[in-house]
Ligand binder design. Structure first.
Ligand code: HEC
Length: 103
């Protein structure tokens, strides 16, 4: 029985941790790398709000790399693909979650 409640408690703790960190980047093969490279200086939210064409994301990623984002050359194309497929211009505008304090 205690194992079960331990599981429930851990799940709750993870949920709270996720909440405290704010919204996360969408799932996908590049999600872990994008999280490491792109949420070092700002939250994921700044990316979730963005709507850009592929060319726009290319410029954006290159600008961030120039500013210091750690993106390996071999990951650049996949990262741009991940961002432009998740945040294209035709996607509806981002709606911020309302159940947490503004920051
Ligand atoms: C070295 C720090 C740093 C890293 C790493 C970084 N950024 Fe940024 N990013 C910034 C700064 C500074 C701004 C401007 C923030 C502001 O206006 O508040 C910014 C702004 C943005 C914006 C908003 C549009 C704009 O150009 O101002 C987007 C989208 C963005 N970053 C995406 C990314 C992505 C994608 C990555 C990973 C490849 C990334 N960032 C990694 C520093 C960084």
């Amino acid at each position: 029985m205690w194992q079960r409640s331990a599981l429930v408690v851990s799940a709750l703790m993870l949920a709270v941790l996720g909440w405290a960190q704010g919204p996360q980047l969408p799932a996908g093969p590049m999600q872990p790398k994008a999280t490491t490279a792109c949420t070092e200086c700002h939250s994921a939210e700044i990316i979730l709000q963005q709507r850009l064409s592929k060319a726009g994301w290319q410029k954006e990623v290159d600008k961030m790399v120039k500013w210091g984002a750690l993106v390996e050359a071999k990951d650049r194309e996949a990262l741009i693909e991940y961002l432009s497929s998740n945040f294209p211009p035709q996607k509806p505008p981002y709606v911020a979650p309302k159940n947490r304090p503004a920051r």
